[in-house]
Design a protein around this ligand. Sequence first.
Ligand code: ADP
Ligand code: MG
Length: 664
Amino acid sequence: MEPIVSTIETKCKRCYSCIRQCPANAIRVVNGQAKVIEERCIACGNCIKVCPQHAKQIRDGTRHSFELLAGDHSVIAVLAPSFPAAFANVQPGQVISAIKKLGFSQVLDVAFGADLVAAAYNRILESEVMPIIVTSPCPAIVNFVEKYYPHLCLVLAPVVSPMIAIGRVIQEKYQPDAKIIFIGPCIAKKKEMFDENVAGIIDEVLTFNELEVMLEQKGIDICSLSPQEFDGPMSDMGQVFPISGGLIKCSDSDDDILNSDVLVSEGRERVLEVLKKVDAGDIEARFVDILFCRGCIKGPMLANDESVFVRRDRIVKYIKSQQDAERRERAQLDRQKYQDVSMRRRFTMEELTVRQPTEEEIRDILRRTDKLTPEDELNCGACGYPTCREKAIAVYQGFAEAEMCLPFMLEKLEKMQDKLSTSNKKLRDSIKSLRQAQQQLVQSEKLASVGRLAAGVAHELNNPLGGILLFTSILLKKLENSPNSEALQKVAKEAERCRSIVQGLLDFSRQSNLERRETDIHHLLESTLTLITQQALFQNVRIQRLLSPDTRHVFVDRVQLQQVFLNIFLNAAEAMNGHGQIVLKSGNCAKNGRVYISVEDDGPGMSKAMLNHIFDPFYTTKPVGQGTGLGLAIAYGIIEKHQGEIKVESQVGKGTTFTVYLPT
Ligand code: ADP
Ligand code: MG
């Protein structure tokens, strides 16, 4: 079988982002190329999203689809219910028409499969044979459990996914001789098609992106087509399936699921956490509904860049336009018609074992890259592994190569250069810039690890804190004129402070995706300034603008970038104690197509030692209660996510300049 995800060799540039982000440890580096280990891969598509070089590709479904369409059998498309979210500027019915124009004989609604699946879930819940049920419509989750928590296969609901459900309907009753092609937002479906427990039903899987490619190849313009309805059985609430928690909503005809204890969780990190808890018996809910993406509407292969909220909106609108009593009645009749199609499936416990090295073997490998003492272990994360030790284990297991250590290679280069004792400037310069890159990596890794910790702590603290604030305000009202109210006010004030720290932590750790839009950076700067210049702190701060009118537009997340500049402006005004001048400059960089925005103040400046720490989380020189030390750490993270850069220059007694560079 062709691998689901593979590496385009010439494009992989050893950044190891995929190693860092792979939840399944399924990347092996061979000769510097990061390759996907097929038997470990769960096909979540994460590595495709994070690879800055676009060096990961998915198994192509278009060629086989064209072949099937040209063959003797009629070919039915089954369309995932997230489709209205995938095609932004067309009516949902036009997508159906376009698919038919490609030569599909019919287009059926996977939402009908979701209705049958939801009914099957209700039956399991009623029977009470399973004390805890983990839902299984998401193939990435099924793959993950089968490979990494095989014993949890016993708590996976033995129910097929909506794709297989509609496939079985067609294969067993609707049109047994037809070929079936699924079209959706998901990469893992490409793997599910070959899953030995449900194989032989779906003939090919296409992503929405691939559908677009096929339409383009055939010169089909969706916008010019008149909309059509789905063929085949009528779906009901299954249409809400792709929205997070959708499985539960689908079952609203019968509220069994709603009455049970339910835990809905989605998104890679949370889901892994939940599975760990299920494994440890640490979950109270009986029904654990998990999806690898934030609902299928956040699936990796949706063609547009819209936010999950806009997509959700579009789906909801579509559903509202469809649902009426007559439709629901017909849908119910259709469900009855196909109720004896089995929705059951099994799982395969895969148990992938890897050898574990002894302590001596780990140390041996560490020594190969000159790591003789714990201090030599920089844990910079440049290799993609969080610590040198974990990387050494990966080397032992054959996943990593010893040479992936950037500090070690730099050391080696420097020594070589000394030996040659040439004054080769080019070589020296590149070593210098490599060193800088490494420092940046150390910074990012520091941020990431603090971020993970912070997210957990902040999340836990937020609720009790809300309680404290609520009850103090109730008590304060009751004790308005009592002598104790002053003490209580202090409690409220301190709790409020805690809350702003927690909010800062949550902002800092927020792993939210960027919602990028084309932006005039000058507008953004002005609107940021209007937010703050009314404050007392800015009353005696003069703001001078030297903005170059030809500064190119940037493609950024406006809210997050405002946060960056807000922090920089506030820091400048605070450093100058509210008295001084801020010079704001902008322009296009001559060389690399980036724009720059610099913010210069004539405050007290910073020493070299301070400069080394200002981007560290929690570094602050401000008195307790005034600074959290998170502002610049957050700014750094945001700019990094934009593939930009933030630099600072400062001279004690003269002032400080922060410069942000953004790609255009
Ligand atoms: P906070 O403002 O909460 O202290 P930041 O991360 O925003 O945290 O800033 C960290 C530290 O960097 C500040 O406490 C201050 O010492 C220093 N700093 C930031 N900007 C400036 C500036 N423009 N001039 C002088 N020092 C600054
Ligand atoms: Mg600050």
